[in-house]
Design a protein around this ligand. Structure first.
Ligand code: ADP
Ligand code: MG
Length: 322
């Protein structure tokens, strides 16, 4: 659904140049939730704004839904942009307009008549769970409700793609959870493709099918979240499941890249007569599977056989001391 190839962007300030995008390739499948995670200044917002060409890259192409946006300008670009909604961290609501006025604003700009607008705004507010707030003003809403208004407004023109720039970064954990739940259900119900950027690993864990780690204008790693977690040396796995620095001579890092029904660890102690001691780590629900990473000491004469047994059953086993 989104294909960006070879994106470069340099900002020229008075004395120096800042390379915000340094050769980024981004591929987002239709109906997927793709998260780009990285620290402040990594180039995430520049990337997001390049996808709808609010920022024109210096080099590279952007294709959304089969249409190459980088070859468009003027009215044709504006039309194509209507197929791409955008949600902002600080909501960007008009304080002098009611909730309904805010959600209906893009429709007004697009010349949609009053009656149709009213019906559509009603549907959108129901969709985001704010059916009773049409006449409220933004100042009367909580942060989570404001973001719901922002999402409804972004969906007004029935886009197939939603871009989200840190949509939950200004919200508390419980509200974040509810907004992420809303995004997921919108993807499920409307078949939306969602590209979101965040500096919070939790967002990747909770709703993303695919992810990229961005640093200094480049993707360090990108792919399906579960595939990345199952890849040796994965940065994403290390960031999602950080381990304390406890590595001893017998320590291994065991990664569960999917759910397992078999009790592999107890089987291990039984079959190979080894001692297993868990030092740290965690197992959580990610992309519908129980996945995780554990730092484990495995001791005993048949240690090597025991570790092979785990690998053969689909776990990733890495010696921690190396
Ligand atoms: P992120 O969203 O990951 O924090 P940004 O894309 O906002 O990163 O910024 C990437 C780099 O580009 C930063 O060094 C930032 O200061 C710089 N930058 C972003 N926008 C502009 C701009 N309009 N003018 C000049 N520099 C910019
Ligand atoms: Mg940003």
């Amino acid at each position: 659904m989104i294909d960006a190839v070879g994106l470069h962007k340099v900002y020229r300030l008075k004395k120096h140049r800042v390379t915000a995008l340094n050769g980024v390739d981004l591929h987002v499948e239709s109906g997927e939730i793709f998260g780009v995670v990285g620290q402040s200044g990594a180039g995430k917002s520049t990337l997001l704004r390049s996808v709808n060409l609010l920022e024109r890259p210096d080099a590279g192409t952007v294709t959304v839904g089969g249409e190459e946006l980088t070859s468009l300008s003027g009215a044709r670009l504006r039309t194509a942009r209507r197929g791409i909604g955008m949600v902002h961290q600080h909501f960007a609501l008009l304080s002098s307009r009611t909730v309904a006025g805010n959600v209906g604003f893009p429709l007004e700009v697009a010349g949609v008549g009053r009656a149709e607008r009213r019906t559509r705004v009603g549907e959108l507010l129901e969709l985001v769970g704010l059916g009773d707030k049409a006449r409220a003003y933004p100042s009367q809403l909580s942060g989570g409700q404001k973001q719901r208004v922002g999402i409804a407004r972004a969906l007004a023109s029935r886009p197939r793609v939603l871009l989200s720039d840190e949509a939950t970064s200004a919200l508390d954990p419980a509200t974040t959870e509810s907004i992420l739940g809303l995004l997921r259900s919108l993807r499920d119900e409307l078949g939306l493709t969602i590209l979101l950027i965040t500096h919070e690993m939790d967002v990747i864990k909770k709703i993303c099918d695919s992810a990229a780690i961005m640093e200094d204008g480049e993707f360090r790693e990108a792919g399906r979240v579960l595939d990345l977690i199952g890849t040796p040396g994965s940065l994403l796995a290390r960031s999602l499941f950080p381990l304390p620095d406890l590595a001893g001579p017998d320590t291994v890092v065991v990664t569960y890249p999917r759910s397992f029904d078999e009790p592999l660890m107890s089987e291990l102690t039984r079959r190979f007569d080894v001692d297993v001691n868990i030092l740290g780590g965690g197992v959580e629900r990610v992309a519908g599977q129980s996945v995780g990473r554990l730092g484990v000491d495995v001791r005993g004469a048949r240690r090597a056989e025991a570790l092979t047994y785990l690998s053969e059953h689909g776990l990733l086993v890495e010696e921690a001391g190396k």
